[in-house]
Write a protein that binds this ligand. Structure first.
Ligand SMILES: Nc1nc2c(ncn2[C@@H]2O[C@H](COP(=O)(O)OP(=O)(O)OP(=O)(O)O)[C@@H](O)[C@H]2O)c(=O)[nH]1
Length: 481
């Protein structure tokens, strides 16, 4: 067993690596990579659908897929027929996304499902439908960590919004938790969909009531700016206000007062911010693929968060630190020679044992790999779900991109001001709810994360305890052994 003394000795031998703009000074990007980094369109738009359980996320995602022609009439007729036969006809649209037998049986989303369609002339939309149930929040986190923008679905029916937004001891609606996740995981914009408007006769008063309450919370408590938010009233079940192509079908009760965008208009307006200078390949593994024959024996899927992937390229799988060669790259089942930053891909690898591929590992540029670590410094904001103060020695589950790992808080470095980041108290004895803090954390195994100055996406962390999200933030430094 490790004693405190051995841990201190071990820690003293490590080197702190903070953010450094010159980290990849020697990296020479290819011209195709540079072009992808400066493209005004910025590649695929990844959107995560979040919200309280039963808010209507899967139904809405199904409608969206249909409106954008990713599901045809035949497939929809089959869903209607099959859902009716199993006595679950109200879930026909949700079944477009919820494909697992267990999900269909229980009428709940368990894992994130991903579907792709054409958003406009040039861009693809990748929809990640996240589960709303509190037991599956880790899956919602991994969905949100791949996304550029979020759609927060609110049940607008009387009592529905109130239930999802509740914040009483013993019952916290997932609306609050998901909104905080969306912000902490760095989503650039949030489309807030007020769903089930058919249940309130498309009334303006109800829409305004829900928007006012949410706007105050999202701006004052969560930290979104007004410009990052768009509010859209819809009915997923009736297909109302989903796409501009259906504009003629707006019910009079809504058309009489609503002049804003449809959901598809709001999605088309999502802009991907500038990506800065090209960086070496980073692709966190989101899933291991076993059944797609064209990809071969060692294959995985994920989103390229930095750099690019090319057929024939040599790379390193970290933290295992084993090399591999890219045998093939597929985008939506179609083989490509090159895939740039921001693309969700399936990759077949050769010269590697598939046992080295794990969800949460990262495919890296062969000469500029990520540094694995088991000691990190994070700057976090604790949530109102933190009931027991954080202490030195508190055990948590750390989530970052696709990985989840047991971890221990080794040191409360400082309590800092939530707005300015200035140190309020060095080495505090404890950290309570809704406080900002710098913590040193030791993970139970080597993980791949990067300081926020180097990678905004691979630095985001969520700390959970007893199934609740109790702190959200970013990695500020790692220690190299
Ligand atoms: N009246 C009405 N019912 C809706 C609407 N959208 C969804 N529902 C119903 O709400 C229930 C839940 O819908 P889902 O789409 O499965 O909800 P969800 O948010 O994806 O559920 P989880 O992923 O399990 O959290 C189903 O019975 C739907 O038919 C709507 O716009 N109006």
């Amino acid at each position: 067993m490790e004693t405190t003394e051995t841990l201190v000795k071990e820690f003293a031998a490590k080197t702190r690596v903070g953010g450094d703009a010159t980290a990849f000074a020697g990296y020479e990007a290819s011209s195709a990579e540079r072009a992808a980094y400066t493209s005004p369109e910025g590649g695929d738009v990844h959107v995560v659908i979040l919200g309280h359980v039963d808010a209507g996320k899967s139904t809405l995602s199904g409608r969206l897929m249909y409106a954008l022609k990713a599901v045809d009439d035949r497939a929809m007729h089959k869903n209607v027929r099959d859902s009716k036969a199993s006595g679950k006809s109200s879930f026909a649209w949700a079944w477009v996304m919820d494909c697992r037998p267990e999900e269909r049986e229980r009428g709940v989303t368990i894992d994130v499902s991903m579907k792709r369609c054409v958003l406009d002339g040039h861009r693809q939309l990748v929809v990640l439908d996240a589960p709303g149930h509190k037991d599956f929040v880790p899956n919602a986190i991994s969905g949100a960590s791949q996304a550029d923008a979020g759609v927060l679905v609110i049940d607008g029916a009387m009592g529905g919004f109130e239930n999802g937004f509740a914040a009483t001891p013993g019952h916290t609606g997932q609306t609050r938790e998901h909104a905080r996740l969306a912000r902490a995981l760095g989503l650039h914009s949030l489309i807030v969909v007020i769903n089930k408007m058919d249940c309130v006769e498309y009334g303006e008063e109800r829409f305004r009531f829900v928007v006012d309450a949410l706007q105050n919370f999202l701006i004052d408590d969560v930290g979104f700016s007004q410009e990052q938010l768009t509010f859209v009233p819809v009915s997923g079940i009736e297909g109302t206000n989903i796409s501009p192509d259906d504009a003629a079908a707006l019910p009079d009760a809504l058309a009489s007062w609503y002049r804003g965008p449809t959901l598809v208009d709001a999605l088309r307006a999502v802009k991907i911010p500038s990506r800065g200078a090209p960086k070496p390949l980073r692709m966190p593994i989101a899933d291991i693929i076993t059944e797609v024959r064209s990809l071969g024996g060692a294959a995985c899927g994920g989103k390229i968060e930095a750099g690019s992937l090319m057929k024939g390229q040599k790379l390193l799988v970290m933290p295992a630190n084993v090399s591999a060669t890219v045998k093939c790259v597929e985008v939506d089942g179609i083989a490509v020679d090159f895939a740039p930053i921001g693309t969700s891909v399936d990759v077949g690898l050769s010269d590697v044992d598939s046992r080295h591929l794990e969800v949460g590992s990262v495919l890296c540029h062969a000469s500029h790999p990520i540094t694995p670590t088991d000691e990190i410094e994070v700057r976090v904001l604790t949530t109102d779900m933190l009931r027991v103060p954080l202490l030195k020695g508190s055990r948590v589950v750390l989530h970052s991109h696709m990985l989840a790992c047991d971890a221990t808080i080794e040191e409360l470095v400082a309590q800092v001001d939530t707005v300015t980041g200035d140190v309020v108290k060095a080495s505090p004895r404890c950290i309570t709810r809704e406080q900002s803090a710098i913590l040193r954390i030791r993970t139970s195994r080597n993980i791949c994360v990067e300081p926020v100055e180097i990678s905004p996406t691979l630095s985001r962390v969520t700390l959970r305890m007893n199934g609740k999200t109790m702190a959200l933030g970013v990695v500020t430094a790692i220690w190299r052994s």
